[in-house]
Design a protein around this ligand. Structure first.
Ligand code: SF4
Length: 248
């Protein structure tokens, strides 16, 4: 492990909103493996001010397990949209028990937003971007209040806007840490085996990427990694990663 840091061991809260800080962190952390990067971010740079956001989807177990190895008390935010597969909710509970995470937070949409915009629960059909906005984007904004940084499980091989994903970026006044950005699908599979992690039950029946039930379909194994999400629509992302300042 090589560190050439010129950054204070604990960054001041205001600095977390600075793109320059994110750039410096990326430069300084270039030689750190994913687990080392996580350890540094959680314990040295953003102690008590960083959370993991997880969908508990097809590949989520790898990052959840890594975070638990670093600190199993770190807050884990799960956007409970009210539209998840039952299998996902059961898998979430099983994984949490298995890994030993102690602070998993179910974040739900505001009742008034649902009553005003989606009383019948079918907004996903007519206006999926708006549905994601009230069920994911707004609740996440609230859930992240008080945090200067968050960890995501996105990878470059997932394609689309993720192809140039840095391991550390700045967006909406926070630093986003993507420890697995440069991992391959094979490395994810290897990690499942090496750590004997349980797989999401829907991956055994043809689902490659798993989000809300109405917007997720099975796909072929040779399809793109995020095939099956918002089938037949232009939409490829839910909106929580819509803005950002990236480089590379
Ligand atoms: S993924 Fe679909 S159901 Fe879930 S919040 Fe977005 S549009 Fe709504």
């Amino acid at each position: 492990m090589q560190q050439t840091s010129t950054l204070p061991s604990t960054a001041a809260p205001g600095l977390a909103r600075d793109l320059i800080q994110a750039f410096e962190l990326e430069e300084e952390s270039r030689d750190l493996y994913a687990l080392e990067l996580l350890d540094r971010m959680v314990h040295e740079v953003f102690p008590g001010r960083i959370a993991l956001v997880s969908s508990f989807g097809a590949e989520s177990a790898v990052l959840l397990d890594m975070v638990a190895q670093v600190n199993r008390h770190i807050p884990v935010i799960f956007l409970e949209t009210g539209k998840h597969f039952t299998e996902t909710l059961m898998y979430r509970d099983r994984l949490v028990r298995r890994i030993g995470l102690t602070d998993v937070r179910d974040i739900t949409p505001a009742e008034e937003d649902l009553e005003a915009e989606d009383p019948g629960g079918t907004l996903w059909k007519s206006a999926p971007d708006r549905c994601c906005h009230i069920r994911k984007v707004l609740p996440l904004e609230q859930a992240l209040e008080g945090f200067d940084a968050w960890i995501t499980g996105r990878k470059r091989y997932q394609g689309g806007t993720r192809e140039t994903l840095p391991r550390i970026e700045a967006a909406d006044g926070r630093v986003k840490v993507n420890p697995l950005a440069d991992w391959s699908l094979q490395e994810i599979r290897n990690a499942f085996k090496a750590r004997d992690l349980p797989s999401h039950p829907l991956t055994n029946v043809g689902y490659l990427s798993i989000g809300c039930a109405p917007c997720t379909s099975p796909a072929l194994r040779e399809d793109a990694p995020r095939a099956g999400r918002w089938n037949g629509m232009e939409k490829t992302e839910c909106g929580i990663h819509a803005s950002g300042n990236q480089w590379e």
